[in-house]
Design a protein around this ligand. Structure first.
Ligand SMILES: O=C(O)CCC(=O)C(=O)O
Ligand SMILES: [Fe+2]
Length: 303
């Protein structure tokens, strides 16, 4: 049957590595329109971004592996009730990095915090380029400074142990991220999948050593009044190697109210979500009803 030979869907790949990528240049406009198309369709794309030196990426994966070798207290382990295969996620908040390092390695481990810190800084440049492009492509320049200044970052590192079977196991259940933008990188072990509008799962196979997966979260979905999708994604594990990933999450600062700009609301595009404070929404998301909901955002503040 013909459908069996259909080529699997691939995420758009967008190149952010060109020297000429400066605001207002031809290159910038071209990348911007690719970003806008990809985020409307998939809420996600693969970014090629060579500003993070290969050595730093390698060091980052190495320190993450080192971190997960430590005997960790249960409070740092995943506390979700949902069955997931061998997932451990740790949030490293950049600002308190030195504190955390001192707790984990009382004798000190400056290399760890330095690596994680510079990795976060370099990847945050890509986040800022993407968010600038989003604001510009929706004609919302008037809100540029407000939006850019409304964000804060956290870095989360994850380990998914190998299931040691030939049968796929859930590493992380389907969800949308709740923040603005998530940028993920991984060791050589794939597993991330993104759901299309038609409900099909696409394997995210990062194609180069400079690749990152970039995803829109619910805060951008709400702020753009639904114009850009927040990508539903999950992790499926197969085989005998552990997956390590690192995600830089940009999200609204504490207390910041997310409100879709008037420019995006008219009769044809009625307001989808009432203005909300992100930290309050997160509290709801972490309740049983929030976790059970297909869209916690809709239940929390849908119009
Ligand atoms: O490990 C991954 O690639 C996905 C992680 C993820 O979706 C999350 O932490 O929200
Ligand atoms: Fe996620």
């Amino acid at each position: 049957m013909a459908s069996e030979t259909a080529t699997p869907l691939r995420l758009p790949v967008i190149d952010f590595s060109k020297k000429e990528l400066i605001p207002d240049s031809k290159e910038w406009e071209s990348v911007k329109s690719q970003v806008c198309i990809a985020l409307k369709e998939y809420g996600c794309f693969e970014a090629l971004f060579n500003k993070v030196p290969a050595a730093l990426r390698k060091d980052t994966v190495a320190v993450i592996e080192e971190l997960f070798e430590l005997p960790m207290e249960t409070k740092w382990r995943n506390t979700s009730e949902k069955p997931m295969h061998g997932y451990v996620g740790l949030t490293l908040i950049s600002q308190s990095m030195d504190n955390l390092t001192n707790v984990l390695w009382p004798q000190g481990n400056p290399a760890f915090s330095k690596t994680i810190q510079s990795f976060s800084e370099q990847v945050s440049e890509l986040d800022q380029i993407v968010r600038r492009m989003i604001v510009e492509s929706l004609g919302l320049e008037k809100y540029m400074d407000e939006h850019m200044n409304s964000a804060t970052y956290l870095l989360r590192v994850m380990k998914y142990s190998s299931p040691q079977t030939t049968e796929e196991k859930v590493g992380l259940h389907p969800h949308t991220d709740k923040n603005f933008i998530t940028i993920l990188c991984q060791n050589q072990v794939d597993g991330l999948q993104v759901k299309t509008k038609d409900g099909e799962w696409i394997d995210v196979k990062l194609s180069t050593d400079d690749s990152f997966a970039v995803m829109v979260g619910d805060s951008i979905f709400a702020w753009t009044n639904g114009l850009l999708r927040s990508a539903c994604h999950r992790v499926m594990m197969l085989g005998d190697k552990a997956r390590y990933s690192a995600g830089l999450f940009s999200g609204p600062k504490s207390g910041y109210v997310i409100k879709a700009p008037d420019e995006l609301i008219d009769e044809e595009h009625p307001l989808l979500f009432k203005p909300f404070v992100h930290s309050e929404f997160l509290k709801f998301y972490n309740t049983e009803a929030g976790l059970r909901a297909e869209s916690a955002l809709k239940i929390y503040c849908g119009v």
